[in-house]
Design a protein around this ligand. Sequence first.
Ligand code: PEP
Length: 266
Amino acid sequence: MAVTATGARTPFIAGNWKMNLDHLQAIAFVQKLAWSLKDARFDFDEVEVAVFPPFTDLRSVQTLISADKLSLRFGAQDVSAHDSGAYTGEISGAFLAALECGYVIIGHSERRTLHLETDEQVGAKAVAALKHGITPVICVGETADDLAEHGPSAVPVAQLTTALENVAAGAEIVVAYEPVWAIGSGQAATPEQAEQVAAALREVVRTRLGEDAASATRVLYGGSVKASNIASFMRQPNVDGALVGGASLNVEEFSSICRFKSHVGT
Ligand code: PEP
């Protein structure tokens, strides 16, 4: 699904709910989102859409998507680097795979800042996800200080280079470039900055995972994406979608972001 029959990368719009919506709210939200996209005659073959609810919602979301045969995809917000054992509070990739999670977000800046996750741990989690057939959405991004000191690309490139150290060549991954200063701030990066860093990250994928992976890997932009600015990011050749936080919690706003093709020329 990452690449169409013509070799183009399928755009990917991902909604990171963070710690919002319990399992009952999740069911209502996914139903409304599915109706909104159906009303708009949304083509899921043209744009892939996934939601990333809290762990406790995953079984409910899986059951709804399966019962109603919805084309929405879903994933988790984190995964353990370990398969099982004495790791209180952690969730195994095996458990996520059993719930048919297609994706898992790894290395979100909130995990890096609040839980001190390192690039090496992010890499170990990516390997664990892939082992269980789950595509890791590997998040990288610079802080405002990093930006002032090193420019936009250096830190995300270093983070991804380390995270991919033990990932096998040709692996299917998604990369999310999320400048930390843009997350939840209302101040998005410019499309030109997103493109510059996305191109640099694609080069890292090329070096680490090979040419085919570099052409197939979706690189997302994340950080204050809204319906009003998604089109400007989607016009960039190396930006293949968005990881959306706050705006993914509003059905109409998120639905409009998913339908960026209808306003990409505006
Ligand atoms: C995020 O948390 O991944 C994110 C991009 O948040 P927001 O869209 O709210 O900036």
